[in-house]
Design a protein around this ligand. Structure first.
Ligand SMILES: [Zn+2]
Length: 237
């Protein structure tokens, strides 16, 4: 096993073609081949591309998140380690948390009831507007085909006594909103994962945040898109 030394950042190299069937398996193999090395999001995107059809990856963020939550791998990012940059990831060892994957799921009958209530559409609501993406539809924002999966309305950490046979406790969510839900409540810190929320937002929402941050940090953008530091009057004194 490679030793982690934060003074020397070793970057991974993608030397072979990953031909595993699923995106998650290809990403997993890439990490396992590069234990202790820094993997960039570009490299993850590259192995996410379907080796046969060449199809562009659907939401690889979600697959990465599943490797952490479902498979129990530790995958570090800049949020865990200051010396990692945004878009850089590192798996320190191939160990898996044993309790991972033991998430309670609704039983089959309950899940059928949930899907019926949802009319096979994502039940995520934001600003009073429901997502309503249908199973197998192409997600116009996140890309990729919609797959509805069960979500416990209250996060696990808050309600550990979730009932797998009570359909009222469950909702059907599309992949993008599963990620968003997970990111809203980071179960380990109980804080919102603002970076991930912005990452999964629309282009328009990102523009709003971008403008806000430019203004907040005192930058201006001219018509050509050139950004420069604004010297405020009160700072001159
Ligand atoms: Zn949705």
């Amino acid at each position: 096993m490679a030793k982690m030394d934060k003074s020397i950042k070793i970057y991974a190299t993608v030397r072979k073609k990953y031909i595993q069937k699923s995106i998650k398996q290809r990403i997993e193999a890439l990490f396992l081949d590069n234990i202790g090395k820094v993997i960039t999001s570009e490299q993850i995107k590259k192995v996410s591309i379907d080796p046969i059809t060449g199809k562009e990856p659907e939401n690889w963020h979600q697959r990465l998140s599943e490797l952490r939550t479902d498979d129990g791998y530790t995958i570090l990012s800049w949020r865990n380690k200051g010396w990692l940059r945004v878009e850089e990831y590192l798996m320190p060892s191939s160990d898996k948390r044993p309790q991972a994957g033991k998430r309670i799921r609704p039983d089959k009958e309950t899940w059928t009831k949930v899907l019926e209530r949802a009319k096979h559409m994502c039940e995520w609501k934001e600003d009073g507007k429901a997502c309503l993406l249908k199973e197998n539809q192409i997600d116009p924002i996140g890309g990729g085909r919609v797959k509805l999966t069960p979500d416990h309305k209250k996060p696990h950490s808050i309600n550990p006594t979730s009932d797998p046979s009570d359909f009222k406790q469950w909702q059907a969510l599309c992949g993008r909103h599963q990620v968003m839900k997970k990111n809203y409540w980071d179960t380990s810190t109980g804080k919102m994962n603002v970076y991930a929320i912005i990452q999964s937002s629309t282009e328009q929402q990102k523009q709003i945040v971008f403008s806000f941050l430019l203004d907040y940090f005192g930058y201006i953008k001219d018509e050509k898109g050139v950004i420069s530091k604004l010297i405020r009057n009160n700072e001159k004194k």
